[in-house]
Design a binder for this molecule. Structure first.
Ligand code: ZN
Length: 225
């Protein structure tokens, strides 16, 4: 297992490597995905963590476990944090965002369903090694409006997930402020902002195009871990 560094490409040229921290995720943040999961829109954001050991580069083949049942893709906009944020305001959150990217919240769906039924934590289904393939980041300054970006996942030439960050239930700044009431965000931490409808299983041999349209586009493939 190697340590993961986030790469960020700056608007003026040049790039920097930033040691990766934790991954903070939100579940059920797009209504169409809530519906496909037979869920209900929660009163507050549903927050969970992935450890830094879940991070792998999206630009390399995505190695999925094949011994634990279905492994689903969830395409999500990812946000790279550049300053410590504890119990922050939305204004402080806005100033601390340094990068914008795209990531997969890989989910062992069969395991997650079992854990949900038993009322057990779903960490193993969401936080396993390799559960968070993440793209390099684009400088925040290069993106006008975080809440008006198309998000798309194409599997073997077929568009499976297509939505827009305008459809988030809890938008980026209130989400970060909410998270920071419980978990101090540190430089190198990333926030995954939820997936729209169309999640489904991956198989070794699949090809994927994972896009935050006009910001980041990554073509990759799926292998067995
Ligand atoms: Zn997700």
């Amino acid at each position: 297992m190697r340590y993961f560094d986030h790469s960020i490409h700056f608007a003026g040229g040049g790039s920097q490597q930033i040691p990766a921290g934790k991954v903070v995720c939100v579940g059920l943040n797009y209504r169409d995905h809530v519906k496909e999961m037979d869920g209900q829109v929660a009163d507050e954001p549903v927050i969970f963590l992935k450890p830094s050991s879940a991070l792998v580069p999206l630009e390399e083949p995505v190695a999925i476990p094949v011994e634990f049942g279905a492994c689903h893709h969830e395409v999500e906009m990812s946000i790279l944090i550049g300053e410590p944020l504890g119990d922050c305001t939305e204004e402080e959150a806005a100033e601390a965002i340094i990068g914008v990217g795209v990531a997969l919240d890989l989910t062992l769906r069969d395991l997650q369903d079992q854990f949900k039924q038993k009322g057990h934590p779903w960490d193993k289904a969401k936080g396993f090694d390799g559960a968070c393939p993440a793209s390099a980041f684009v400088d925040r300054a290069q993106v006008d409006d975080l809440q008006n970006l198309a998000l798309r996942l194409t599997l073997n030439g077929e568009v499976k997930q297509l939505s827009n960050t305008s459809h988030m239930i809890t938008r980026v700044l209130p989400l970060i402020a909410y998270i920071s009431r419980y978990f101090t965000l540190m430089p190198g931490d990333i926030v995954l902002t939820g997936t729209p409808a169309g999640v489904g299983p991956l198989s070794p041999g699949d090809t994927l195009i994972v896009e935050l349209v006009d910001v980041v586009s990554v073509t990759t493939s799926v292998t067995a871990r």
